[in-house]
Design a protein around this ligand. Structure first.
Ligand code: SAH
Length: 280
């Protein structure tokens, strides 16, 4: 009976054992898979983490490199060779001033990385900082030297005044938009031979006249008589003249009381306005 029972139960036991073994096997397999996956998870976390860290770190380094002074110096030198010398401006003093004045400090912070591009850029209140080539060309045209007193109409960012200040005795600059003028005054505190005033530049700056040179960076539709009056005998004025879309940059030279006018190139400047915002 026992035998029988055994023989009856007998065949069932290995079956159960087999099931147990299978379960064990599956269990072990699952444990191994789990370990394997956990291993990969850990590897993934470690490698992924390092990868992200490396990317973030290089981006940080890149950023630091991008916004370093050396980076801007490189851009400035490239601007001078590719945009200015390449177009025929050769005056060493002007080129040196353009290589020295940090143009990126004259544009809003979000445009720092575009400061050395071949283009005017917005400086707020619908106004623009002129294209670097135009600044260089206008400055060269005036043939400045260290004895000269210069009047600028349209301070804007203050960039043109800073460039001219490196080549003359003093720059008097007038800006009609108060906020722009005040901002420029702050920026130009690093240039002790520049004085900025808020006012209407059409009328010039009688207290400091006559001027050896006058540089106008906003365009009236006619040449302002007060500016001609305040120009010294033999002095030069560079000014954009004309209606929006049809302006010409002209050089005026005062010779024996009368004015000799030469056209330089077609240009596009913001209009010269009076205190009510009306274009002159
Ligand atoms: N020289 C500037 C460019 C300025 S854009 C620079 O380097 O950034 C021309 C500027 O002329 C503007 O800021 C504008 O507000 C100013 N402007 C326009 N009419 C003016 C006027 N009658 N008197 C003084 N500034 C004037």
């Amino acid at each position: 009976m026992r035998r029988r029972l055994c023989s009856f139960v007998g065949p069932a036991i290995p079956e159960i054992k087999t099931k147990h073994r299978d379960l064990n096997y599956i269990n072990n397999m699952m444990v191994n898979i789990n370990r394997y996956v956990r291993g990969w998870n850990t590897a993934f976390v470690v490698w992924g983490g390092s990868y992200i860290f490396c990317i973030a770190f290089s981006a940080l380094l890149c950023n630091a490199e991008m916004y370093s002074e050396e980076y801007y110096t490189k851009l400035r030198n490239r601007m001078v060779s590719e945009q200015i010398i390449a177009r025929g401006v050769g005056d060493e003093g002007v080129l040196n001033a353009m290589r020295t004045v940090k143009r990126h400090l004259f544009v809003p912070e979000n445009l720092h990385d575009r400061a050395y591009e071949d283009t005017p850029l917005p400086i707020g209140f619908g106004q623009t900082i002129s294209q670097p080539y135009i600044v260089a060309l206008m400055t060269e045209t005036l043939k400045l030297d260290r004895s000269m007193k210069v009047l600028e109409i349209g301070t804007g960012s203050g960039y043109q005044a800073a460039v001219a200040s490196m080549l003359c005795r003093h720059v008097y600059s007038i800006e009609i938009i108060e906020s722009l003028g005040k901002e420029a005054q702050k920026r130009l505190s690093a240039y002790p031979n520049v004085t900025v005033r808020i006012g209407d530049g059409y009328k010039g700056w009688k207290e400091h006249a006559p001027f050896d040179a006058i540089i106008v960076t906003c365009a009236p539709t006619h040449i302002p008589a007060p500016l001609v009056e305040q120009l010294k005998e033999g002095g030069k004025m560079v000014i954009p003249v004309g209606e929006m879309g049809n302006q010409e940059l002209v050089l005026l030279t005062k010779k024996e009381g009368s004015i000799v006018q030469e056209s330089i190139i077609p240009v596009r400047f913001v209009p010269m306005i009076d205190s009510t915002g009306t274009t002159y």
